[in-house]
Design a protein around this ligand. Sequence first.
Ligand code: AMP
Length: 215
Amino acid sequence: MRLILLGAPGAGKGTQSKRLVEEYGIPQVSTGDILRKAVKDKTACGLMAKSFMDKGELVTDDVVIGIIEERLVDEDCSEGFILDGFPRTVKQADALEKTLDEMSQNIEHVVSLNVDKEQLLKRLSGRRICKKCGAGYHVEYNKPATDDICDDCGGELYQRDDDKEDTILERLKIYTDQTSPLINYYNDKGLLLSVDGTGSESDIYDRIKATFEDS
Ligand code: AMP
């Protein structure tokens, strides 16, 4: 299965990707995670990307397209993958189609997770992540047993720099301006599955699975 999860920051792409990974045994490919690791490791790509990420802006198309082209040829992607956070512009979507064409592959479904702005703001501003294992929490909806400590591994929880309010607003604006045109782009190709992204994680997951079965 080759799948794209499309949605605004905070729509639940990462959370739902993890469930799909467990069920289908294919990798989650998150450009955000790859870039955050590059920033942490202080690679040339990471150093370049950091200033964009800190401001909530998109890293340049050529850089993220290069990252994806390298990642999709890895052995673990041969049976399928879940793209989380890529593509984010029409240029990236065109480049993805070309890359997959060259590999005689194609995207089967594009799941668009729909969540209103007020809910997105609440989700992003309360989001906390474990420094050690990357597990996700929320200060209101998914609290750890002990404040700021990961239930799974005891690691310290932190708030992503780009989950601070000003940056969140910028990221949502960029989503509207640059990424949301992909909804029509994939709808026109007959690939779009539109899913209500509100409610419990498992309800949303059930809806995603139901749309696969109906399509
Ligand atoms: P995410 O974890 O998907 O919210 O991504 C965090 C940040 O990484 C974004 O705000 C961008 O700065 C950068 N980023 C991730 N994916 C992309 C992409 N496909 N195109 C451009 N920038 C990206």
